[in-house]
Design a protein around this ligand. Structure first.
Ligand code: ACO
Length: 333
């Protein structure tokens, strides 16, 4: 089987216009801006309109990534959508985007692996491109988390927001020294699944009157337990993935962690010994957008002109599952 480098040839992102501030939340639940900022680092988040589903957000990000890559929808061989807030169980969100974007030659499927979803999606895309099976794959992470938010639960409703990010994965040019998507590590700890779950709406528990009364169709979270798993898991996954990439900590130019809580990001960066100015942060603006968070951060880093050719980007995701995922990407643009 042939093997060739796979690179990110285009990125894009989209967040809805409507901003929900901490002051707005003070009107909804018993909380304060001071509590939210000091416990999470979040100042505001974006909220999709009633008319916007995850696919609408994903389409905006996906179109932007295609434009950045300089390819059209008909060039796509596959669309992979990472989301825990699909428009429907089926057709899956990737099918909906495939139709609406006009990707007539593309296969399409969703990945539901929570906040690690973008790393999972890039890994899948790399495998198909590296083996020569496919040429262009669009990975879209799109979330409307406010659709599964319990607006009566102050311990979760202050944390989440809506948004989407996307990347096009394409063959690199070995002659030009492209290495692109260098290494991945994916891990699953299903024994911790109940720490972050939506109890009703699947085949286990229907959304009946009792479920609605208990808000069991919404996200439930044991925040402090997840906090500990994340702070421990991020350095462990990082060590494995940079070892697999054949680089050292000193070679990491940028760290993009899942944007759930500034305290998790700070604690993990400190443990890793990575300087603050190399750590990408946007949790203050968008809150936790699950699968979309690292994709949005990558797009912003690129569009702000901070990425240089050859930079090593470390991505580490953690979240529902409990899942962990790390990637090392050498920027080839
Ligand atoms: N406003 C005011 N007080 C609050 C709020 C709020 N919004 N929420 C909770 N509190 C109170 C609690 O009731 C508690 O009060 P008590 O001491 O009187 O009982 C106190 O604040 C402390 O609560 P904790 O839950 O211990 O607060 P903590 O400092 O742990 O912060 C948080 C909670 C922000 C959820 C944190 O634990 C966290 O970020 N955890 C990780 C979340 C995460 O990473 N999730 C995984 C990814 S998400 C995904 O995959 C979709």
């Amino acid at each position: 089987m042939s093997c060739r480098p796979a690179v990110i040839s285009g990125v894009g992102s989209y967040v809805p216009d409507r901003i929900l501030t901490n002051a707005d939340l003070e009107e909804i639940v018993e909380t304060t801006d001071e509590w939210i900022v000091s416990h999470t680092g979040i100042r505001e988040r974006r909220i999709a309109s009633d008319e916007q589903a995850s696919s609408d957000l994903g389409l905006m990000a996906g179109r932007s990534a295609l434009e950045d890559a300089g390819i059209g929808p008909a060039d796509l061989d596959m669309i992979v959508c990472a989301t825990v807030t699909p428009d429907h169980f089926f057709p899956v969100t990737a099918n909906i985007m495939q139709d609406r974007i006009g990707a007539d030659n593309a296969a399409a499927f969703d990945i539901l692996s929570g906040c690690t979803g973008f790393v999972y999606g890039l890994y899948v895309a790399r495998q198909f491109v590296a083996t020569g099976e496919m040429e262009h794959i669009l990975v879209v992470s799109a979330e409307k988390l406010t659709s599964i938010t319990d607006w009566t639960d102050r311990s979760t409703c202050v944390l989440f927001g809506d948004g989407a990010g996307a990347a096009v994965v394409t063959p690199g040019d070995p002659a030009a020294g492209d290495t692109g998507l260098l290494a991945f590590v994916l891990e699953s700890y299903g024994e911790h699944g109940r720490l972050l779950h939506v109890p009703a709406g699947g085949s286990r528990q229907p959304v009946d009157g009792a479920a609605l009364a208990a808000h069991d169709n919404c996200l439930k979270m044991e925040g402090p337990e997840l906090f500990k798993l994340a702070v421990r898991g991020i350095p462990e996954v990082t060590e494995k993935v940079i070892d697999r990439a054949g680089i050292g900590y000193e070679d990491i130019d940028w760290v993009i962690m899942h944007q759930a809580n500034i305290r998790i990001i700070d604690a993990a960066a400190k443990r890793l010994g990575i300087p603050e100015d190399r750590v990408v942060i946007n949790v203050d603006k968008y809150g936790n957008t699950s699968a979309a968070s690292m994709a949005i951060a990558l797009d912003e880093l690129y569009r702000e002109g901070r990425l240089q050719l050859g930079d090593n980007i470390l991505m580490v995701g953690f979240g529902a599952g409990f899942s962990l995922g790390g990637a090392v990407i050498r920027w080839s643009r």
